[in-house]
Design a protein around this ligand. Structure first.
Ligand SMILES: NC(=O)c1ccc[n+]([C@@H]2O[C@H](COP(=O)([O-])OP(=O)(O)OC[C@H]3O[C@@H](n4cnc5c(N)ncnc54)[C@H](OP(=O)(O)O)[C@@H]3O)[C@@H](O)[C@H]2O)c1
Length: 255
């Protein structure tokens, strides 16, 4: 559904949300594969540590909720590399919330980060990619966006919106020569999941998530989801009639 990528040498990759977890591991893997990688997030110290000694790496601190800081980082990247071949929007956060605990301030913050943040990134990079007529953009959503889940009162809708967004992007951008990737991880062992008090089925290491993402992009996939034994079950559950879906979710989660 997207062009295949045979070699990463010289490719200019911008990973937004790359100081830890899935974004950091994907950036490190792509560096090893020969790409030029710009690492972005808020924690400048962590970004500096990641690029230390890596001639092909850049640290571009930014806050995705601050449109101006995303624009400034994009300008810095373009000044250094004169173009972008791939942007991965991985910045995101999670806060468990159920309907009897709705905290509107926390909900607003999560929506700003997970959803508005993605639009701030697109606002910066889409004009560049469209003018180039080549390159790609990947949105890290989540299997939590496939269907409603307990404890995902706000996180789930932001990720469902990102899934929808990536579909709309594909329809609009693929005919313009750009690649679009929808990336839906299952559980990955990162700071984002570190406080989960429940058992996480098929939990993966970030390094393995990075391998899946890079293999999916190399293969030209649109929807990149992993680990399959977990994500395929969720994709099937999504097809069930609601009565069965709700019964299954209650039974499996105990919530
Ligand atoms: N881990 C999982 O099980 C899992 C499953 C499905 C989907 N995902 C998604 O995968 C993505 C990466 O998550 P992760 O698990 O790798 O968690 P993580 O290690 O906590 O990574 C989140 C990244 O986003 C950055 N970030 C947070 N707020 C930001 C802001 N305002 N501006 C810029 N960057 C910001 C963080 O860096 P700073 O704090 O330095 O800014 C960090 O680099 C998220 O979108 C998450 O929803 C994760």
């Amino acid at each position: 559904m997207n062009p295949r990528i045979d070699a990463w040498a010289g490719k200019r990759v911008w990973i937004i949300g790359a100081s830890t977890g899935i974004g950091a591991a994907t950036g490190q893997l792509l560096l090893e594969l020969g790409a030029r990688v710009a690492f972005s997030a808020r924690s400048a110290d962590k970004l500096q540590a990641l690029v230390l000694g890596a001639a092909r790496a850049l640290a571009l601190p930014l806050d995705v909720t601050d449109r101006a800081s995303v624009g400034a980082a994009c300008a810095e990247l373009l000044a250094a590399w004169n173009g972008i071949d791939l942007v991965l929007v991985a910045a995101g956060g999670y806060q468990a919330m159920r309907a009897d605990q709705l905290d509107l301030d926390a909900a607003d913050q999560l929506i700003d980060l997970n959803l508005r943040g993605a639009f701030n990134c697109l606002d910066a990079v889409l004009p560049v990619l469209l003018a180039q007529g080549q390159g790609g953009v990947g949105i890290v959503a989540s299997v939590a966006g496939y269907g409603g889940l307990p404890n995902a009162l706000v996180y789930g809708p932001t990720k469902a919106a990102l899934i929808n967004l990536s579909e709309a992007l594909y329809l609009d951008l693929r005919p313009r020569g750009l690649a679009v990737y929808q990336i839906n991880p299952g559980f990955v062992d990162t700071p984002l999941t570190a406080n989960n008090a429940f058992p996480m089925p098929a939990l993966m290491r970030p390094e393995d998530a990075a391998l899946e993402i890079v293999a999916g992009i190399e293969g030209g996939q649109f929807q990149i989801h992993f680990p399959r034994r977990f994500t395929n079950a969720l994709r099937l559950a999504r097809l069930l009639p609601y009565r069965l879906y709700f019964w299954l979710v209650h039974k499996v989660t105990g919530l």
